[in-house]
Design a binder for this molecule. Structure first.
Ligand code: UDP
Ligand code: MG
Length: 324
């Protein structure tokens, strides 16, 4: 029988895969090539996030040739966050490194991540300083990173970099659902883990296409609000909601006073109030819309908190098959 302790890997690579058939063999070969120079025992865990192409077939084939390869296959596409969550709950190593399956991340960076962790970090996030993506992706991403850094106090240049390294203790406390993979450093930081950054080499996509379109910016933007709430106010929502409520109340009282003043002016001199009715009608519409907007946002946040709790209780994925 194999000695299970000696067999335990030190390093786990977690690779989320969604329709990346053409990249997988090359990625595996690259990893194997650089890994030949390392002393560490390693496992490569591919998580097939419900691919419709032959990705799973390729993963099975790789696993049959290389016993370090493991696989998880979802029944359908659950999203990158769920794929990472499934990978995280299955890893056996002490150090976990995630990388994208599309060959944009370079496995040569892995030793640099380990060195950075050794400097005393629990999570190290990659920074694609020179980035090989189209401008319509790079520019909004810059805005997203600035905004998120400002709102959360976690100052990184590239929060959503696919390549990251973790001590396994940090992973165990991350519960990713929805598209929360964009906020891993913020979520880890909120739990008290030390988060660092490492400049990495990035490459253009070779095969297939990006799985995220322009909608990512709307979703990412909304999630910024959610994450700010979840990390800052979950245990005291009234401090957040209540403050807004008070603000609106004050604005309401103020508008009411102006309205009364207007009416008094009209009583004294009917001419002076001409057109006021139209203005008031507009004012009511504007105020109504603003209140409606605020209502939707706040209701959304409350719903999100409920969903977050539900997802925390259940694994946010369903596994169809595993290898090893
Ligand atoms: N991915 C995934 N599930 C999805 C979308 C993407 O597992 O629903 C994987 C994808 O296969 C890739 C990584 O997440 O390995 C990053 O995706 P992509 O390269 O499309 O993102 P981009 O580089 O454009 O940000
Ligand atoms: Mg990519």
């Amino acid at each position: 029988m194999l000695d299970s302790v000696a067999d335990t890997p030190f390093l786990s690579l977690v690779i989320p895969v969604y329709n990346e058939r053409d990249s997988l063999s090359r990625l595996h070969a690259e990893i194997a090539e650089v890994a030949a120079q390392w002393p560490w025992r390693m496992e490569i865990l591919f998580v097939d996030d419900g691919s419709q192409d032959e990705s799973w077939k390729v993963i099975r084939e790789l696993a049959s040739r290389d016993e370090r390869v493991r696989g998880i296959k979802f029944r359908r596409n659950f999203g990158k966050a769920a794929a990472l969550a499934a990978g995280f709950s299955a890893v056996r190593g002490q150090i976990v490194i995630t990388m994208d399956a599309d060959l944009q991340d370079d496995p040569h960076e892995i030793p640099n991540f380990l060195a950075k962790l050794d400097e005393g970090y629990d999570v190290v996030s990659g920074w694609k300083k020179i980035r090989y993506d189209p401008w319509h992706k790079v520019f909004p991403s810059r805005v997203f990173n600035k905004l998120l850094s400002l709102l959360t106090g976690v100052h990184l240049h590239d929060h959503n970099c696919g390549m990251k390294a973790y001590r396994v203790e940090a992973l165990r406390e991350l519960h990713l659902y929805g598209e929360m993979h964009r906020f891993v450093p913020v979520l880890a930081f909120a739990r008290g883990f030390r988060v660092g950054e490492l400049v990495i080499h990035h490459r253009p996509r070779q095969f297939g296409h990006s799985k995220y379109g322009w909608k990512r910016f709307i979703k990412g933007g909304l999630d910024v609000i959610t994450v700010r709430l979840l990390t800052g106010f979950t245990r005291r929502p009234q401090h957040f909601l209540g403050a807004w409520g008070l603000g609106f109340l004050a604005a309401g009282v103020f508008s009411f006073l102006i309205l009364v003043l207007n009416l008094m002016v009209r009583l004294i001199d009917a001419e002076a109030g001409a057109g006021v009715a139209t203005q008031l009608a507009l004012l009511i519409i504007v105020v109504g819309l603003m209140l409606l907007g605020a209502q939707c946002l706040l209701a959304g946040l409350i719903a999100e908190m409920t969903v977050a709790r539900k997802w925390l209780a259940n694994e946010p994925f369903s596994i169809a098959e595993t290898i090893r």
